[in-house]
Structure formats: structure tokens, C-alpha cells
Design a protein around this ligand. Structure first.
Ligand SMILES: [Zn+2]
Length: 292
């Protein structure tokens, strides 16, 4: 693990770094697409070797991005975090080098001015905080933390109604930020700078957003979890286990593929394994991700 997995992109004047916390996780496709099977994965040659194994398992990573634009340094999501109690053993009590990796990438944690969460699942908010003694405190005390209003209110609702979801991450990664007075609730028309804006992409969660970067005639989009593996570019309407609103998620994915298909925009997948980014290009009647 660690800094050897860092990757950098330059989109016009915007610098973007990928900070990986869990690299190249292999799992059954049914974890993501409940009605798919290994043969379906194997039917897409272009997924191998980066995004699928020869046996038809999917490969995904857990990572965050940090970018610099017009004097601001913004985290786009904050991964899983260390020292957590989580629903799955693999995410519990991790001891990752995430903050050191940020420094190695040229984006030291103390330089962060903004933390923008695409949505509030545990693997996108973890490093909002870090454990000091027996408390969790904001990792970026000089930053403002930007949460989508709709997303934030939905999780408050789940919590108030004992919603089905595991909630520990709200307690250790969101509450301390609120208590420190660092949170700002934003709308989908929010712009970080004139180079960095949001695209509402609901379905996975109600307030989910993707992040659009446009500078000097170049562009990129950070997906968030509207998809987890590039196989979903070829099959955008397949049901996704983790989408809160499954039909909306399918619709959002299909619209995303149409919008960025054959477009010059670099698609940076929040869970796409190395090399993580590529372009959506035609593949017969469908689409695929073409990596550099
Ligand atoms: Zn995720």
C-alpha cells in the first residue's frame, strides 16, 4: 500500500492526485450487481487486466482525490479512515498511510482548504476525522467541510428513524466536524472555483454528486459512486446492490454514459482500480472505458 499508488493528473491548470487506501480489491461481481455472474464479467475483454480477473471477479479500489484550483486545495471524499469500527472486518481498525501519502503526492494535509464529500457513505468520509486519544477530531481543522444539503438531511432522517443503515461513521466522521463548526451545507449548483463544479447524480444516495473539472479547454469528471467498476459503463441499467434508489441510480448512470460517451472529458472513477481514469468510447452497440 502507500505512496507508490499515488497518481497525478493535470487538467488545464488543475492538478489532481489520487490517494489510494485499499488497492485492487477483488470480489464477486454479485457484491455489486446481484444478478450478474462471472461469465458476464468475462464477456468484456477490455475489463482485463485492470478491472476484472480472468476468473470473472471484479477489481475495485478505495481511494480519494485531492485537487488544486485557483488557490484552493480540496479533498474530493476522504476514504475509509483509520481506527474505525465498521460493519465489515476489512474496514475495521485500518492503519493506513493516507495522510503521509497526501504529503508524498505534494498535497500535505495542512494545505487543505475544502473537504467536499460526493455522498456520506463510510468509505467517502473517513478521513474527515482522525483519532487523537479516545476522540475523533477534524483532520483538516482549517478547512470548510462541504456536505450536500439533501444528502445530509437524508442521513439525519435515517438516523432519526433508525434507518436500515449502519451509522457508526456518522458518529466518528461527521458529528465531530459539525461540533467543530466546520460544516457547510451546499446545493448542487455550488462551485468551488470557476474550474470546479458539481453534477447532481442521485440514486446511489439521494444527494449524491459528481465533480466536474474544466480548465483551459480540458475537462475531467470524478464519478463518486454512481458507478463502482467500468463494467457499469457497458451495463448502466443493471441493478446495483448499494443504490438506495435502484431505478434512479440506473437512470443516472445511463444519462452519465450518454453525456460523457465519445466526449473528450476524462472520467476518473472513484472506485476504479489503477489506472482509474479513461474515456468512454463506443464498443459496438454499447460503450466501454478506454484507458491510456
Ligand atoms: Zn464508495
Amino acid at each position: 500500500m502507500a505512496a507508490q499508488h499515488n497518481r497525478l493528473w493535470k487538467i488545464g491548470d488543475v492538478e489532481i492526485a489520487r490517494i489510494v487506501e485499499l488497492n485492487g480489491w477483488e470480489d464477486d461481481i454479485t457484491m455489486l450487481l446481484p444478478d450478474a455472474d462471472p461469465a458476464f464479467v468475462q464477456s468484456f475483454d477490455w475489463l482485463r487486466p485492470h478491472f476484472a480477473t480472468p476468473e470473472g471477479k471484479m477489481i475495485i479500489s478505495f481511494q480519494a482525490f485531492v485537487l488544486r484550483s485557483k488557490g484552493r486545495t480540496a479533498m474530493i471524499d476522504t476514504c475509509i479512515g483509520s481506527d474505525r469500527q465498521r460493519e465489515f472486518d476489512i474496514f475495521t481498525n485500518m492503519a493506513s498511510t493516507f495522510l503521509e501519502d497526501m504529503t508524498a503526492a505534494g498535497f500535505p494535509p495542512e494545505s487543505v482548504t475544502d473537504v467536499l464529500c460526493t455522498h456520506l457513505h463510510f468509505d467517502h468520509v473517513g478521513w474527515n476525522t482522525r483519532k487523537v486519544g479516545d476522540r475523533f477530531v477534524p483532520t483538516f481543522p482549517k478547512a470548510r467541510y462541504l456536505f450536500g444539503r439533501r444528502e445530509f438531511e437524508h442521513w439525519q432522517h435515517l438516523r432519526a428513524t433508525n434507518g436500515y443503515h449502519h451509522m457508526d461513521h456518522l458518529i466518528d466522521a461527521i458529528d465531530p466536524v459539525i461540533e467543530a463548526g466546520l460544516a457547510e451545507l451546499i446545493e448542487p449548483d455550488f462551485q468551488l472555483t470557476d474550474e470546479v463544479s458539481l453534477i447532481p447524480t442521485p440514486g446511489h444516495t439521494p444527494g449524491h454528486v459528481s465533480v466536474l473539472i474544466q480548465s483551459q479547454g480540458q475537462s475531467a469528471v470524478i464519478t463518486g459512486d454512481l458507478m463502482h467498476n467500468p463494467i457499469q459503463i457497458a451495463a448502466p441499467t443493471r441493478e446495483v446492490r448499494f443504490d438506495m434508489d435502484k431505478s434512479r441510480g440506473a437512470q443516472t448512470r445511463a444519462e452519465f454514459v450518454q453525456r460523457f460517451g465519445d466526449a473528450p472529458t476524462l472520467v476518473i472513477g472513484s472506485h476504479f482500480a489503477e489506472p482509474t481514469a479513461g474515456h468512454i468510447v463506443r464498443d459496438g452497440q454499447s460503450w466501454k472505458l478506454k484507458t491510456e
